[in-house]
Design a protein around this ligand. Structure first.
Ligand code: NDP
Length: 281
């Protein structure tokens, strides 16, 4: 598995396995199968409510800790310096780990400056190897950078061929922040997996559209986390390192940008209200 080097020298697998919307009772099985398929990077979040199941799968796997890359995210209701400190300890406890590889602020809402100071403390104490953000547009990202000490290693955002965020990626790159894709397959929405251009490219390589999409991200060195509950799809999504898209194919895929907007608009007031109202129990 190719790795990328984050801005603090930490190596992160280019492709990982995400567990959003996998029910807690199914997560241990899914992560066990993902690890068996070859994934070593696992992406969870306090809000997914399946950290304990992820932790059980990691412990049962017998895979040495240093071969795993574990990411979690802190939710809005835990925003602020003190609350985030406790939330980080809670996540570590649920995952059964004494150190995280990456911890992200899940949403750019609430007192995330306080949360960031807490993450910086965790980073200095080596409880977290790298810290970052998620769903930050470049304006909020650059302000966070300006007013704090540690530059986020990663900004995990929604991106796929219909919503490419080329400008956002440039802004991140310029500041040393690695873009990480969530919903790289657009959760199968917008007809992405039936797209005629992607289908043609996939056929030319004897691959699936999902594989072409993931390969396109890999060639751009955008880290991605992809989810499936099905072992055969887990393996399919990992088999993207044995072929290469040509420059012409990359250009054709680039032209698909804008076919859809975001699945979730972090700047839409009603969406912000909705997400701020989500309380973890
Ligand atoms: P994805 O783009 O990974 O799509 C997952 C969907 O695609 C599932 O319905 C899955 O179905 C299906 N699928 C997976 N592989 C294939 C395939 N090869 N062919 C056809 N269909 C396929 O969406 P996610 O939203 O899950 O994003 C991935 C990860 O990103 C999450 O699990 C999470 O870790 C992270 N994320 C982070 C967010 C954030 O705010 N930071 C928000 C959303 C996601 P099935 O399971 O039946 O195979």
């Amino acid at each position: 598995m190719p790795q990328v080097t984050l801005n603090n020298g930490v190596e992160m697998p280019l492709l990982g396995f995400g567990v959003f919307q996998i029910p807690p009772e199914d997560t241990e099985r899914a992560v066990t199968e993902a690890l068996a398929a070859g994934y070593r990077s696992i992406d969870t979040a306090a809000a997914y409510q399946n950290e304990e199941a992820v932790g059980r799968a990691l412990a049962r796997s017998g895979i040495p800790r240093e071969e795993l890359f574990v990411t979690t995210k802190l939710w809005i209701q835990d925003a602020g310096e003190e609350k985030a400190k406790r939330a980080l300890e809670t996540s570590l406890g649920k995952l059964g780990l004494d150190r995280l590889d990456l911890c992200l602020i899940h949403q750019p809402y609430g007192d995330y400056y306080g949360t960031w100071r807490s993450l910086e403390a965790g980073y200095r104490q080596d409880t977290v190897r790298a810290i970052g953000v998620s769903n930050f547009h470049p304006d909020r990202l650059t302000d966070l950078i300006t007013h704090n000490d540690v530059v986020p290693a990663v900004d995990q955002v929604e991106t796929h061929p219909y919503f490419q965020r080329i400008g956002d990626e440039e802004a991140m790159r310029k500041r040393g922040v690695r873009m990480e894709a969530w919903s790289p397959l657009a959760q199968g929405r917008h007809g992405l997996l039936q797209d005629p251009v992607l289908t043609e490219v996939a056929q030319a390589h004897g691959k699936s559209v999902a594989q072409v999409v993931l390969r396109w991200l890999m060639q751009r060195e955008v880290v991605a986390v992809v989810k499936s509950t099905k072992p055969e799809r887990m393996r399919e999504n990992l088999a993207v390192f044995d072929f290469e898209l040509t420059d012409g194919e990359m250009t054709r895929i680039a032209a698909l940008d804008g076919t859809s907007g975001p699945g979730f608009d972090h700047r839409d007031a009603d969406s912000v209200d909705f997400i701020n109202s989500m309380q973890l129990t």
